[in-house]
Ligand binder design. Structure first.
Ligand code: GUN
Length: 278
């Protein structure tokens, strides 16, 4: 029976530490969240991020822009937030509506306020091995592996998913820690052929129950990044019930990576406040 990678409990510990730290500061760290349009999942994520900020003593402000906002308006808002001294971190919730160039908008965010690590500068830094500004979900995944003392160096890590939000930066962070890294994606034939070789298996494909027990190596660490709406609730990308008897460690959904992502956002905001990027 696998050890549960308890993101809920680990994130709670981190939030407690952050709350202790923010209490002692002369002013509150501030996070601005920008939501463009009305993607229901994005709204839920931003709601959770705002609520959790308040719980740990971080000031949060929310900017809701309509779906038809043009790129120039969005850029003007970001420039205003770059100049605002009460704001230390800027989060531009993705995805943006199709008519806005996502990377152009992200690249307006001041390097000192890049809490998500999505600017071109931060992406390049991560590729070069500098983790000053790393995206929150990959950072949460690595922190969870570290919390449970799961060895990374010299292990084979297989990442399923190649998004700029999760797959690519997670692969880069694992590589920075000397794992041998394989990246798979929706066009990979015979996915199981790769996942069965993984000592560490990270699944961020957005497909409910994609990974089943026969695709997992005995004793592997399985991290499920999926949050899929299905009849009767939420399912991860990993079939938890079938995999828990085979994996050495496994993260649940909910209560695994999700709360870690939010905790890392708060930590990154506090770091930006302190002048440590990200
Ligand atoms: N959309 C899905 N995950 C994230 C995230 O971590 N940050 C932002 N900005 N958008 C997202």
């Amino acid at each position: 029976m696998a050890i549960l990678l308890d993101g809920k409990a680990t994130a709670e510990k981190i939030r407690k530490r952050l709350a202790e730290e923010t209490k002692k500061l002369p002013e509150k760290p501030g996070l601005a969240a920008i939501l463009v349009g009305s993607n229901p999942a994005s709204k839920i994520y931003v709601d959770i991020k705002e609520k959790t900020c308040k719980e740990v003593g971080i000031y949060s402000e929310r900017h809701n822009l309509p779906e038809n906002t043009d790129g120039k308006e969005l850029i003007a808002l970001i420039e205003g937030l770059n100049a605002k001294s009460s704001i230390h971190g800027i989060l531009l919730q993705l995805p943006l509506p199709g008519h806005i160039n996502t990377q152009t908008a992200l690249d307006i965010i001041s390097p000192a306020k890049d809490v998500d690590g999505f600017t071109s500068r931060s992406v390049a830094k991560l590729a070069a091995g500098n983790e000053d500004n790393v995206p929150c979900t990959p950072k949460g995944i690595i922190r969870l592996l570290e919390e449970y003392k799961i060895p990374i160096a010299s292990r084979h890590a297989v990442v399923v998913g190649r998004s700029m939000i999760v797959g690519k930066p997670t692969a880069a962070m694992l590589l920075n820690r000397n794992a041998t890294v394989t990246i798979c994606h929706s066009k990979t034939p015979d996915l199981g052929n790769y996942t069965r070789q993984a000592d560490i298996l990270i699944v961020a494909a957005g497909k409910p129950k994609l990974v089943t027990a026969e695709m997992v190596k005995q004793g592997a660490a399985v991290v499920d990044v999926g949050i899929n709406k299905v009849d009767g609730g939420i399912a991860g990308d990993v079939d938890f019930e079938s995999c828990k008897g085979k994996a050495g460690w496994i993260s649940p959904v909910p209560g695994g990576v999700g709360p870690m992502t939010v905790a890392m956002l708060l930590e990154n905001t506090l770091n930006c406040y302190k002048g440590i990027e990200g």
